[in-house]
Write a protein of this length. Sequence first.
Length: 330
Amino acid sequence: MKNSIFFKLKLKKNILYIYNKYTIYLGFNMLNLDDIVKKYLNELKKVYLDFDENFDKIKKAVDIAKIAHEWQFRKYSGKPFIAHPLRVAIMVASKCNDLSLILAAILHDTVEDSPKKVSMKSIYENFWDDVWYLVDSVTDNIMFFYKNPKKKFKNKTEKILCWSVKDARCAFLKLIDREHNNKTLIWLKTDKQIRKSFETQALYNPLREILRMDAEDFDVKDMDSLLSNYMKNNKIKNVDDLKSNLYNITFYDIDSNNFDLFYSSSNSIVWEISSKKMFEDLIKNESFDNKIEIISLKQDVDWNFSCLFKYKGWQVFSDHFKVRISSFKY
């Protein structure tokens, strides 16, 4: 097996993974699944004020997640998958005391990302409206809502934004999920890192700022009015308008019609910074050299500045940097 082109062995932290092109993992010397769950539930109890009062409901969601994710590992890091939804639940609870959001966080990958896929019907049958609504909104592999199958969505972005406009907690859950997933992007191939980076900066970071999720006085109950007021103030009337508006907070000349093309080609895009001050701020970043490759730098006699570059890895810019596409191949 060691010399096979189809199988590889990987030993890390006393866990042996055997994997092939289908990314099948077999783990040994793993902690018992119940021990892993207990560890995270103890953390959840520390941040969720009503943990004891709602333990039965939490346990019900955890039991479903355990069945869905049993012997499932994160595709690239090799860690037990169940740790991800439980960590997302802890992150949610650290920002709000909303039981529906916490349960939805625990369940958010059971339908979409599980070898033992839980049916959306079972989520609807086992929990109340808010929970299944939230889980359904962040389930990317189903382009309609279980209770409204006639309403088809073109893509996952349209789906999450459509229902976030109705209940901003959908966006909140997606943003927390993305925040945790971003911590593991180092395990992805470079092209996937760059693609996720582009999507995060084009859509999720601007949305996070609109909802003031990093503000000291953040309150999940304020999100609906924050998003509604933002759309009203910017004369945004529909989801396509909202997408285009979000994209152009960080990037120039991107709209809902060309985003998918740029997303799929993001590894080959050459970006341009036309602000010298922005560039000077950028190079102060400690990991600047590891994250972007400068193609050219120029400044003409009229002091017009231009820096052309490509990404080398995960996320360089904060929300305060705005760049445009210079060229790309697809």
